[in-house]
Design a protein around this ligand. Structure first.
Ligand code: GLV
Length: 439
C-alpha cells in the first residue's frame, strides 16, 4: 500500500521511504487484487476489529478452566480493571498539518530493529490456555518482526523457540534458587547459547496469590488434570483438537531439571520445591555478572527500584503488576511509568506490561515514557478465539491501530510520541512515591 507523508525535510523524506512497510490496512476496503491471505486478514479485521471482540469469542470457544486461567486476575480482577481504566483515561492531543497518511511503526530495542514497539509478554503455561500456543506465538512474532518473550514454563524448549523465532526471541525465567541457583544459571547459559535478544528475570511474584476465578473453575494447587477439568476440556472441540495436534502441554524447557519428567502435575510440584520467591538484589547482580546479553527485570513499579536496577547494570525493565494477577491493590502499571521514565528513561529500555489491549494503549505508553508495550492476555484471547491464526491477527490489529494513532496525532514516527501533549491524571507523582518506606 502506498503511503504518503509530506516531505519538506530530510527527516520526513526518510520516513516516507520506510512507510511502504507500515502495513496499515483499512478493513472497510477490499482491494480487488488481494491475495487469499490478505482476504482472510481483512475478513478477520471485519469480524474481530479489536481485542475485546476476540475475548468474547475466546470465552465461548475455550474450556471454562482455560478461559478463567488466562483471563482472571487477583481478587475480583480489580487490578486488571485499574490497568485498563488508567490507560483509557490518558488523553493525547493531536497536532495537524504534518502527516497525511499512517506512518511506519518500526523501533529499536536493545540494538535490534523491530517492526513495532509491540511485544508478546511472557505467559506462564500458555499451552494450558490453548495447546500449541508457544509455537503459534513464536511464528507470528517472527513473521511480523516483533519481540516474543518465551516463558520458562513453556511447552517448547528454549532451543526450539530460538529456531522458530531467531530474530525476535526473548526469554523469561523465574527464580530457581536451590543448589546455589544451579538451574537458573543453567537457563541463563542456554539463553545465551540460543542467542536470545533479552533475558527477563521475573520478580513480581514474590508470593503465590490466589485467583478466585481459577479456583471456581476447578483449577487446583497443586495442579491436577482431574475429572472436572477433563470434562470441561471435552466441551471445547477447538481446544481438544489443538491438544490432539500439539500434544498435552508439557513444560519441556525445565524437563532436564526434573529428571526427564515434564507433565503439568510434575512441573507444579517442581516449581514448589525448586522455584519460588523473587530474586534479591544480590541474586540479580549475580545474573548480571554471568549473563553477557541484555538483562532485564520484570515487575518494577517504584522508581527507586528502577534506579537500583540500572545501577547494577541492567539494560531494561518491565514496568508490570503481572497483568493484575498478583494483588488487587497494586498501582496500574501505566501509572508508574512516568516517574520511572524520569528516573531512568535515558539509561534503560522501559517496557510497559499489563493492561495493553490496543495500538492506542501502545501509543499512550510511549507518550508517557515507555519504549515499548507488551501484551499477554490479548494474545491469549486471540488464540482462544482463532487458534493458530489468532496471534497474527492480533499483531495486525495492534500495528494498524498504532499506525493510525500516530497519523491522527501528527507523529511521523513512534519516537515522536514523546512530544505529544497529554493528560495523565492517574499517574503516580514523586510525592506519592515518597510516602513509602525506603528499601
Ligand atoms: C503466571 O505467571 C501466571 O500469571 O499465571
Amino acid at each position: 500500500m502506498e503511503l504518503k507523508v509530506m516531505s519538506d525535510s530530510s527527516k520526513s523524506q526518510e520516513t516516507a521511504s520506510n512507510t511502504k512497510k507500515a502495513g496499515y490496512v483499512d478493513p472497510r476496503y477490499l482491494d480487488e487484487n488481494a491475495s487469499r491471505d490478505q482476504r482472510i486478514a481483512l475478513e478477520l479485521r471485519r469480524r474481530y476489529p479489536n481485542a475485546f471482540d476476540l475475548r468474547k469469542k475466546a470465552q465461548k470457544r475455550l474450556p471454562r478452566f482455560a478461559f478463567e486461567y488466562i483471563d482472571g486476575g487477583a481478587g475480583s480482577d480489580g487490578n486488571i480493571k485499574r490497568n485498563w481504566d488508567s490507560l483509557d483515561r490518558i488523553e493525547l492531543m493531536p497536532r495537524y498539518g504534518n502527516v497525511v497518511a499512517p506512518p511506519p511503526t518500526n523501533t529499536k530495542l536493545f540494538g535490534v530493529t523491530y517492526n513495532a514497539p509491540i511485544g508478546i509478554s511472557p505467559i506462564g503455561g500458555p499451552g494450558t490456555g490453548f495447546p500449541g500456543a508457544e509455537r503459534f506465538l513464536a511464528r507470528a512474532a517472527q513473521a511480523a518482526g516483533i519481540p516474543y518473550t518465551l516463558g520458562v514454563l513453556s511447552a517448547i524448549t528454549i532451543e526450539e523457540a530460538a529456531e522458530i523465532a531467531p530474530d525476535v526471541l526473548w526469554l523469561q525465567i523465574y527464580r530457581f534458587a536451590r543448589n546455589d541457583h544451579k538451574i537458573g544459571l543453567d537457563l541463563a547459559r542456554r539463553a545465551e547459547t540460543a542467542g536470545v535478544k533479552a533475558l527477563v528475570l521475573t520478580w513480581d511474584t514474590p508470593v503465590r496469590t490466589t485467583r478466585p476465578r481459577e479456583v471456581k473453575a476447578g483449577i487446583t494447587n497443586p495442579f491436577r488434570l482431574n475429572m472436572r477439568l477433563k470434562m470441561d476440556a471435552m466441551s471445547s472441540p477447538p481446544w481438544l483438537m489443538s491438544m490432539v495436534r500439539n500434544g498435552i502441554p508439557r513444560f519441556v524447557s525445565i524437563k532436564p531439571y526434573m529428571g526427564g519428567a515434564s507433565s503439568l502435575e510434575e512441573a507444579a510440584k517442581f516449581m514448589r520445591t525448586e522455584g519460588g520467591g523473587a530474586f534479591t538484589w544480590e541474586e540479580v547482580k549475580r545474573y548480571r555478572d554471568v549473563f553477557k546479553g541484555r538483562l532485564v527485570v520484570k515487575g518494577i513499579l517504584h522508581p527507586e527500584d528502577a534506579k537500583r536496577a540500572v545501577e547494577i547494570g541492567l539494560d531494561g525493565l518491565f514496568v508490570s503488576n503481572h497483568g493484575g494477577r498478583q494483588i488487587e491493590a497494586l498501582p496500574a502499571s501505566i501509572d508508574a511509568v512516568p516517574a520511572i521514565a524520569r528516573e531512568v528513561g535515558n539509561k534503560a529500555t522501559i517496557v510497559l506490561d499489563s493492561g495493553v489491549r490496543s495500538g492506542i494503549d501502545v501509543a499512550r505508553a510511549l507518550a508517557v515514557g515507555a519504549d515499548a508495550a507488551f501484551a499477554g492476555k490479548a494474545f491469549l484471547w486471540s488464540l482462544g478465539a482463532l487458534g493458530e491464526r489468532g496471534p497474527k491477527h492480533m499483531i495486525d490489529v495492534l500495528k494498524a491501530e498504532l499506525s493510525s494513532t500516530l497519523g491522527q496525532l501528527g507523529c511521523l514516527s513512534v519516537g515522536e510520541l514523546r512530544d505529544v501533549a497529554r493528560r495523565h491524571k492517574t499517574a503516580w507523582s514523586q510525592e506519592d512515591f515518597a510516602t513509602g518506606k525506603s528499601n
